[in-house]
Ligand binder design. Structure first.
Ligand code: MGD
Ligand code: MGD
Ligand code: MO
Length: 826
């Protein structure tokens, strides 16, 4: 069962673990690969053995840094500063791959002349608050509605020149001023990454847990596109994701703003299915209809808009309730009852006061768990009186990963099936079976209801039992996700069948994302043939990778304009004169169309088919759309007139800019705008306080340790691991230790605007005092996964972290806030 934990390391790998060995340079920026992803590290070390250079950028000299060729320190939350300097370096020396960016990116597209960026703000900013108006973040369009292209890359209107302009002030010296990374280090990192191609980039929470998380990853995308590294073996951007099946749970949409398979969630601004198709484009809408067919079967008909109204519509005025807003809403008594499956928010959520107070507003809380965690026993928290808490808590014993069958999807998008290894003890059962049983009972309860709002429950198809299976048959669930041709009853083979089919004639519980994983041939998630004919780490018969078993996304980028590999030793796909063939499955481009045709030259799954150096808002119109009067609700003719694809863009700008963390001891060296102007206002003024650098002069960052796993729900109940890592600690530099007279093992009190915790100090050389704009900046590092349950205890640092979050993903800024540190307990 998917964990409900939010997708903190959002975004899948473009390539794979086994592909990392093909790189000539690896930049690890914001990931402690050696300690958190030891199996990925194996492929990093393999690349290094083959001569690749390893660069690690991290505020701490961690075990990954230990084996790096180049280690460069960075002030938490400021990576855009040095990455901007790499972009400027590429422009100053014309190191971009000209042929690649002309063919495969939007470099030549002309930007709307009203687009502007001044003093940290993009055009469309509303000083009264609210989101950016994005009508200037667009292209100049021709009469056919398609973007106009410049004749040359020097055209001042074109995307490439806008990008050059955006980063013109990010000199190596400026990068130092922002990040604290010494000038010669910035230069060395830039030269090493740019001059060794292909290069890959690994990241995780060191980039995403930021108020500029998405824009930091956009920097990676921009650099990789400029260098021609996207779509290449040994290139790409690889998110080393977190929880064992976090990729699977985001694919399944354990998130509030998407439907399974990454389709947009309907909002109340789209009251009919016609409105939805118009807003999201025909490609995504067809997938959503296939999803509705999987959910409601024969009960999904054109007359009832395929059950579109069974999906609750979120409010268009508010951004989708992501992680932090759920706890804010709990504090506002928005819910009476809550289910928590496989999550321990009473340790893992920022600003824990918000969690305790929020949970205590529930009448009933059901927690499905392996152990009794801090969340299941939040009412016993040392800071609260159990008598004051009225919430009834029910703990459901859950089977663990080894005790249940199913699939787990790794960061490389490999959907890997597995049987149960051992039976679950006692009354424990798999989460899937719990949900199945709960929904069966709900259906029984409503069986005689004629209330229209209960129709969604009655119409739902819900049959996953098969003879010979105790509990539900996970293969039936996988088949539903894969999808069927409803005319023949046969399983679908590829996602593109959904695009070609008449809406309503195919089903897929994931809108085609996993289609091909289980076909009439068999269950590919169980394949364990690790042969690798190309020796490029493709392993085409090892389980199944979405989409369509493609191992390197956008691999059409690996060929030149004649369709031939740009790097003969790393040949992924090529055009043989009549069709595309190769070592990997061709992605995005049409399989039978030559490299000189529009369909055969498509590389990326954006509306334009181009890599976005500038993330424009764009709708690709239908060619020769007829004049039509449509029937209300749903009309199949909508697919002749609605945009083919729409690209809504991102919240905080079509290009990145350096903003300071929400709490920072530094005045933004780039412009007047201090921090991300799109920060969502926090709703609980009395709890979600913000601090000032004069009271809280140091930077607090939090991270994981190898010997424990996340909140410790399982591992802090494992004596052997507790022996290795019995407690948490606060890492401080030798300089700060000397200044405060603190020795290793002394208790220290860390305070922020949200509260304080007492933890033992660990004085270390791993964290060095940074010089930023002539000022000494001290970073304090604390592992976060401790609480008051389990076999070993420690204060949760999340009592004091900040719940401000990235405006796109809702991921909190766990890794940079302002704190003070004093000697002694509180
Ligand atoms: N053994 C073990 N393995 C795990 C986990 C575990 O708890 N234990 N957790 C799993 C999960 S869910 C996840 S999401 C992943 C997490 O994997 P990682 O993201 O690798 O883990 P973290 O330790 O949170 O942070 C990564 C690094 O980012 C650095 N960092 C902090 N701020 C910045 C910054 O501003 N810029 C840069 N460049 N670096 C910064 C930190 O110092 C740290 O070394 O690991 C997974 N694997
Ligand atoms: N300060 C700070 N806070 C952070 C982070 C950070 O870097 N800094 N990192 C964040 C990240 S990346 C993540 S992913 C979150 C994680 O936050 P959580 O998801 O809240 O933490 P976990 O410890 O993974 O919680 C999983 C729980 O599920 C239980 N469990 C395990 N397997 C199963 C199962 O099969 N079924 C059921 N029902 N239960 C099961 C475990 O016992 C455990 O208690 O924390 C975030 N919090
Ligand atoms: Mo995570």
């Amino acid at each position: 069962m998917a964990s409900l934990a939010p997708s903190f390391g959002s975004g899948a790998m473009t390539n794979s673990f086994t592909d990392m060995k093909n790189a000539n340079v690896i930049l690890i920026g914001g990931n402690n690969t050696a300690e958190c992803h030891p199996l990925a590290m194996r492929w990093v070390l393999e690349a290094q053995k083959r001569g690749a250079k390893l660069i690690v950028v991290d505020p701490r000299f961690n075990r990954t840094a230990k084996v790096a060729d180049i280690y460069a320190p960075v002030r938490p939350g400021t990576d855009i500063g040095y990455l901007g300097a790499i972009v400027k370096y590429i422009f100053d020396n014309k190191f971009y791959d000209e042929e690649y960016i002309k063919a495969h990116t939007n470099a030549l597209y002309k930007v709307n002349p009203t687009f502007a960026f001044n003093d940290g703000l993009f055009s469309g900013y509303n000083p009264q608050g609210g989101p950016y108006k994005k009508d200037s973040w667009t292209y100049q369009l021709g009469l056919d509605g398609l973007p106009l292209k410049a004749d040359a890359l020097t055209d001042p209107d074109c995307v490439l020149m806008k990008l050059k302009e955006q980063f013109k002030d990010y000199t190596f010296e400026k990068a130092y001023e922002i990040t604290g990374m010494p000038v010669d280090k910035v230069k060395l990192v830039a030269e090493t990454f740019v001059k060794n191609r292909p290069g890959t980039i690994l990241y995780a929470l060191g980039m995403t847990q930021k108020s500029v998380g998405v824009q930091g990853i956009r920097m990676y995308a921009i650099i990789q596109l400029l260098l021609g590294n996207m779509g290449m073996a040994g290139g790409g951007i690889n998110a080393n994701r977190g929880e064992p099946n976090v990729q699977g749970s985001t694919d399944m949409a354990a998130l509030a703003h998407i439907l399974p398979g990454y389709m947009p969630m309907p909002s109340d601004a789209l009251p009919t299915l016609n409105d939805y198709v118009k807003a999201v484009g025909t490609a995504k809408a067809k997938k959503t209809i296939a999803l509705l067919k999987a959910w409601y079967g024969d009960k999904a008909t054109p007359e009832n808009e395929f059950g579109y109204h069974h999906i609750p519509k979120r409010s268009a005025k508010e951004s989708a309730a992501k992680y932090v807003p759920i706890f804010e809403k709990l504090n506002q008594k928005a819910f009476e009852m809550g289910f928590i499956f496989a999550q321990n928010p009473a340790v893992s959520t920022p600003n824990l006061d918000m969690v305790w107070r929020g949970l205590s507003n529930l009448d009933l809380l059901v927690v499905a768990e392996i152990f009794e965690t801090e969340t299941a026993s939040f009412w016993q928290h040392p800071d609260v009186n159990p008598k004051d808490i009225q919430t009834e808590v029910i703990l459901l014993p859950a089977a663990m990963a080894f005790e249940k069958a199913g699939t787990m999807t790794n960061s490389a998008r490999w959907v890997q099936g597995k049987p149960a290894a051992v039976p679950a003890p006692g009354e424990a059962i798999p989460d899937g079976d719990m949900i199945y049983e709960i929904m069966n009972r709900v259906k029984e309860l409503y069986a005689n209801s004629s209330d229209p709002k209960d129709k969604a429950i009655l119409d739902l198809t819900w049959h996953y039992e098969a003879p010979g299976h105790e509990g539900i048959d996970m293969e039936m669930v996988l088949k539903e996700m894969n999808g069927y041709d409803l005319a023949t009853g046969k399983l679908l083979d590829t996602g593109s069948q959904i695009a070609k089919a008449e809406p309503g004639t195919v089903s897929s519980g994931l809108g085609g994302l996993y289609t091909g994983v289980i076909t009439e041939e068999g269950n590919h998630s169980l394949r364990h043939d690790n042969s690798d004919p190309s020796s490029l780490g493709i392993h085409p018969k090892w389980t199944f990778a979405w989409p369509n078993n493609t191992r390197v996304l956008w691999n059409r980028g690996s060929v030149d304009k004649n369709g031939q590999p740009r790097d003969k030793d790393r040949a992924l796909v090529w055009w043989n004169g009549t069709s595309w063939v190769g070592n990997d499955i061709l992605d995005v481009a049409a399989k039978d169309k030559g490299p000189d045709t529009p369909e055969g030259s498509k590389v990326f799954s954006t509306g334009e088919g181009k890599g976005a150096l500038f993330r424009a808002v764009y709708k690709q119109p239908q060619k020769d759309a007829p004049e039509l009067t449509l029937n209300p609700g749903y009309d199949p003719n909508i697919f002749k007139v609605a945009p083919v694809i729409t690209e809504p863009g991102i919240a905080d700008g079509p290009m990145p800019a350096h903003y300071e963390p929400i709490e920072s001891p530094v005045q933004n060296p780039m412009f007047k705008q201090q921090s991300n102007p799109m920060m969502r206002p926090l709703e609980l003024q009395e709890i979600q306080k913000s601090g000032d650098a004069k009271d809280f002069p140091y930077v607090l960052t939090t991270y994981m340790v190898t010997e424990q796993f996340l909140s410790g729900g399982v591992t802090r109940n494992t004596p052997q691991l507790n022996e290795l890592m019995p407690s948490n600690f606060a890492e401080i530099s030798t300089t700060l230790a000397k200044k405060l007279g603190v020795k290793s093992g002394d208790p220290v009190t860390i305070s922020t605007a949200r509260g304080k915790v007492t933890i033992d100090a660990m004085v270390t050389e791993r964290i060095q005092t940074l010089k930023v704009d002539g000022k000494d900046i001290e970073v304090i590092g604390v592992p976060w996964g401790w609480g008051y349950k389990g076999l070993v205890h420690g204060e949760s640092i999340n009592k004091v972290t900040n719940s401000a979050a990235d405006p796109n993903t809702g991921t909190p800024e766990y890794k940079a806030c302002s704190c003070n540190l004093t000697k002694g307990g509180n």
